[in-house]
Design a binder for this molecule. Sequence first.
Ligand SMILES: NC(=O)C1=CN([C@@H]2O[C@H](COP(=O)(O)OP(=O)(O)OC[C@H]3O[C@@H](n4cnc5c(N)ncnc54)[C@H](OP(=O)(O)O)[C@@H]3O)[C@@H](O)[C@H]2O)C=CC1
Ligand SMILES: CC(C)CCC[C@@H](C)[C@H]1CC=C2C3=C(CC[C@@]21C)[C@@]1(C)CC[C@H](O)C[C@@H]1CC3
Length: 418
Amino acid sequence: MAPPEGPRAPLEFGGPLGAAALLLLLPATMFHLLLAARSGPARLLGPPASLPGLEALWSPRALLLWLAWLGLQAALYLLPARKVAEGQELKDKSRLRYPINGFQALVLTALLVGLGVSAGLPLGALPEMLLPLAFVATLTAFIFSLFLYMKAQVAPVSALAPGGISGNPIYDFFLGRELNPRICFFDFKYFCELRPGLIGWVLINLALLVKEAELRGSPSLAMWLVNGFQLLYVGDALWHEEAILTTMDITHDGFGFMLAFGDIAWVPFTYSLQAQFLLRHPQPLGLPMASAICLINAIGYYIFRGANSQKNTFRKNPSDPRVAGLETISTATGRKLLVSGWWGMVRHPNYLGDLIMALAWSLPCGVSHLLPYFYLLYFTALLVHREARDERQCLQKYGLAWQEYCRRVPYRIVPYIY
Ligand SMILES: NC(=O)C1=CN([C@@H]2O[C@H](COP(=O)(O)OP(=O)(O)OC[C@H]3O[C@@H](n4cnc5c(N)ncnc54)[C@H](OP(=O)(O)O)[C@@H]3O)[C@@H](O)[C@H]2O)C=CC1
Ligand SMILES: CC(C)CCC[C@@H](C)[C@H]1CC=C2C3=C(CC[C@@]21C)[C@@]1(C)CC[C@H](O)C[C@@H]1CC3
């Protein structure tokens, strides 16, 4: 169906050319990181030691394993949920319904993997399959995004995302045309955002830990820390699954290659980079240093969770005693903005906490290589860009009230710095 005439959202990511470049650059970066982590020099910059042939990338076993994984996560999504939540109001005034059973999916996956391992499933063999698995995940993301693009051609105009209706096929394929593509109750974007990728990430981490134990007798302290920190992060995201319904990915962005690839390929295969690095480049870590890193992660988590929970509680019920005493600014929409508490410190305190945690995930890998710090560098760029997008949307939504908020809380992410 033809998109509506009228003013369109400004093009992002450098327009169609930028989107075309990212279609190649993102998978290329992911494969570069996978290869670099297993190579001796583990260089972040510069060419990988050797390029794999097609036989190293293509494996029918990896394809089967990948399809079984997606099938398992889809089946867990369809299980009865402890709660069904309503999303934000859509253009046509309706609200979609979403199952809240992500944490249940994590626990059931853990039980199934545990059962599998006790029945002889060689979890330690998974690290050897990362390259072909990443390859099939990338293929899946391309094919799936094509399906989503075609599905959007027959979707009603009211179902399209503001950003993905430029009319340029490459740009729209990358950004995503349809806001909430679904078949019946099965919401593709919501499913992909939290399940196969995030749970896949901690499973890959665990397999790397098991492999390290097989190679060296026991997992290293550094590997334990990386596994523990990232499991906490993923468990937290799934426990607070409902909060995802108000993020810009769900409420504003279409579902196209960027999110499909990001969710199912980028997250599991690049977010597990520190554990991949540690398997081949063991790092000595003493107890005092490990304790300091735990403290950094705990501070990051405290800020991240405190800020996210404060906003979520306030958005659900502003008179909740936990937030009722906070200072606010009224806006013309009837919604208020918090201007004290975490949200009075900087305009994105949750990003600050997330970045501190990102640092704690890299520190166990030592300082001899830049590679394990890739996540911190990429994440800083992602959050700075995301913050700017969110500010633009908030200025549009709240106008003068947002300007007043920016005047009263002048720093974006890091107090007195940015
Ligand atoms: N690991 C990863 O790869 C990624 C992690 N994240 C994390 O996900 C979490 C969610 O992030 P994200 O989706 O970007 O957005 P946020 O949770 O930061 O939400 C931004 C929204 O919050 C509301 N808001 C902003 N300021 C205020 C205020 N002062 N008072 C009340 N409401 C306010 C506005 O929406 P409204 O007013 O409409 O409610 C705004 O659009 C973060 O913790 C982030 O760090 C995000 C991206 C990637
Ligand atoms: C491949 C590109 C460079 C960008 C892809 C971006 C995606 C990987 C991220 C976009 C927003 C995300 C969120 C999360 C994971 C990463 C993606 C999907 C969380 C689920 C991580 C856990 C947090 O508690 C909530 C996050 C919401 C946004």
